[in-house]
Ligand binder design. Structure first.
Ligand SMILES: Nc1ncnc2c1ncn2[C@@H]1O[C@H](COP(=O)(O)OP(=O)(O)OP(=O)(O)O)[C@@H](O)[C@H]1O
Length: 279
């Protein structure tokens, strides 16, 4: 997959924070699923969110995208509260690739990627300009979807559909990209390719991931969540200690660096089974 240009061409200098979260808590169905979360993402940086199932990763992304109201705290997306922005204005600032792509069923791949351009039109009924078409073709090419462009999305495999949803988010040409487990259906080659592509965009990216080594390799900073609470907010080398991985994931962990390139090597294995004491 070919790296995409940032909307303005060259990657922007990393100076200001494009995402700022302070004291964020969120309740769903009367249960607190995020508690007092705070962090900032520098413009152009990639933030990875890690944590076990149910730790609040998707809820945090939904809060950033303005889809979920916090019960306390403050979120700023390029200086603005996402829930105070008009939908079109918010969509020009950020794009969310969600895990659930059922909204796209019944459309071809090209149509679905083209939906990323709708936010840039005055009306959904206004014409599909040459620039829009070129951006859609570019996104299809970058995600290696040209051969699938006329196929209905419901006929695609899980990994192909995942690439379509990423292409749609790219076609939106946002300043901030939110990705919810962008690699979970992808084979290893496409995982690397998609993450290389994301890295090459030069825009701010916040993504949830389950693969800890991929997160360590492609993210500038990592958040670790457990039960809705922040356990770490640091560069991968500092966030991913063996003690913290054991505490967060309840697995045995060993972390060292590969001699060949100095990258983090993370070895996880089950904890010794606990004896079940029966009275
Ligand atoms: N609409 C909802 N109503 C009530 N509870 C919800 C709702 N959505 C999520 N939850 C709960 O909130 C908690 C956090 O869910 P969330 O989807 O954010 O976790 P996650 O870290 O993304 O999990 P996973 O790794 O399994 O995708 C979970 O306990 C989940 O059951």
């Amino acid at each position: 997959m070919t790296p995409a240009p940032s909307p303005t061409g060259a990657p922007r200098p990393r100076q200001t924070s494009s995402v700022v979260v302070e004291g964020l808590s969120c309740e769903l169905a009367g249960r607190k699923v995020l508690s007092n979360i705070g962090f900032a993402v520098e413009e152009g940086a990639i933030l990875g969110i890690l944590g076990p199932n149910g730790s609040g990763k998707t809820t945090l992304l939904r809060c950033l995208a303005g889809l979920q109201a916090p019960s306390a705290g403050r979120i700023r997306i390029d200086g603005a509260d996402p829930r105070a922005l008009r939908p079109a204005e918010l969509a020009r600032r950020l794009a969310l690739q969600a895990q659930d792509s059922t909204a796209a069923l019944g459309f071809t791949v090209r149509d679905v990627v083209g939906m990323g351009r709708l936010v840039h039109r005055r009306s959904v009924f206004s014409g599909n300009g040459a620039e829009d078409r070129a951006i859609v073709e570019d996104a299809l090419t970058r995600l290696e979807l040209e051969a699938l462009a006329e196929r209905p999305v419901e006929q695609l495999s899980g990994g192909e559909r995942q690439r379509v949803m990423i292409a749609r988010a790219l076609a939106q040409r946002p300043r901030i990209l939110l990705l919810d487990e962008p690699t979970n259906h992808l084979d290893i080659q496409h995982r690397f390719a998609v993450l290389d592509l994301v890295r090459s965009l030069g825009i701010t990216v916040v993504m949830t991931l389950h693969d800890i080594e991929l997160a360590a390799r492609w993210c500038d900073r990592l958040l670790l969540l457990k039960d809705g609470r922040l356990q770490a907010d640091a560069v991968p080398e500092e966030a991913l200690t063996a003690e913290r991985l054991t505490a967060v994931y309840r697995v045995a962990a060993a972390v060292d660096r590969r001699p060949c390139d100095g990258r983090l090597r993370i070895d996880l294995s089950p904890l010794a089974p606990r004896r079940l004491d029966h009275a």
